[in-house]
Design a protein around this ligand. Structure first.
Ligand SMILES: [Fe+2]
Length: 271
């Protein structure tokens, strides 16, 4: 946006000495272009894919769901502009949860590779997307004072990592497959194995949060958070086993892709 304005004013300077009719023509042309860009309309997400804000079986939503009608914010250029993470420096092990918090040995559990691609509604890659993940360890325990689940902590596993998508929108993490854990939503409630994801896309103000699940998990059919996602969107939250990135004698691979924005948008918790 700044570049366009700068271009506009630079051109105004250049054509300052031209006849007034030319100046008016250029000003009208660029003003119209800016106006057109400021009214770009993106496809809104599909309500049949995303979880409703109120899902009574998922008790927390009863407390946090809006009680008044939502105010629809008009879309604008702010959805595609803003500070980017292009110059953001990451540590060399930030993406590798099997190594980024080692104290006196390797973390326990099944090593996995989680990779995928971040694209927009037209399938175009989105580079420089900061992806953060957090998860329980292999025993189903988070490193957090609120988590008092009677399962062991792993001194060599923090359960948090981050990376940036490359120029083709690709990302890759090494981690430990998270364990299931009880969560008290209802009697004998257990969360399926899952990894939490946060994505900062083209705009730092657009933080998208979701969860990745694993194929074949028997707990999925009992989980109110997963079931809170409409059936049309559930498969979009289950990763796919991927032999192509499975590393012999080291780790199994899973693929999990993201679509930001539009009708095919990945279901997000904050939509
Ligand atoms: Fe969790």
């Amino acid at each position: 946006m700044f570049v366009l304005y700068k271009l506009y004013f630079d051109l105004s300077k250049i054509i300052f000495h031209l006849p007034a009719t030319f100046v008016a023509f250029f000003k009208q042309t660029f003003s119209q272009s800016l106006h057109n860009m400021s009214t770009i309309i993106y496809n809104r997400f599909d309500e049949e894919v995303h979880p409703p804000r109120l899902s009574p079986d998922y008790k927390s939503t009863v407390l946090r769901a809006p009680t008044k009608p939502l105010i629809v914010v008009k879309q604008s250029l702010s959805e595609s502009t803003g500070p980017l993470f292009g110059d953001f420096n990451l540590g060399p092990l930030d993406h590798d949860l099997t190594k980024n918090s080692v104290v006196n040995g390797q973390p326990l559990g099944e090593r996995i590779v989680v990779h995928g691609r971040v694209v927009n509604e037209n399938g175009q890659p989105i580079p420089n997307t900061l992806i953060e993940i957090w998860q329980a360890n292999s025993a189903g325990r988070y490193v957090h004072k609120v988590d008092q689940h009677d399962a062991p902590l792993d001194p060599n596993f923090l359960g948090a990592g981050r990376c940036m998508t490359d120029k083709d929108g690709n990302y890759k993490f090494y981690t430990i497959k998270p364990g299931a854990y009880p969560w008290g939503n209802h009697y004998n409630a257990w969360r399926p194995n899952h990894i939490h994801f946060s994505l900062f896309g083209a705009n730092i103000t657009n933080r998208l949060v979701t969860q990745m699940y694993f194929p074949g998990d028997p707990l999925l059919q009992y989980d109110p958070i997963f079931l809170g996602v409409p059936p049309k969107g559930r498969d979009l939250l289950i990763s796919q086993f991927d032999l192509s990135v499975t590393e012999p004698h080291f780790a199994l691979g899973y693929r999990f892709d993201f679509v930001l924005r539009g009708h095919n948008q990945t279901p997000f918790e904050n939509s």
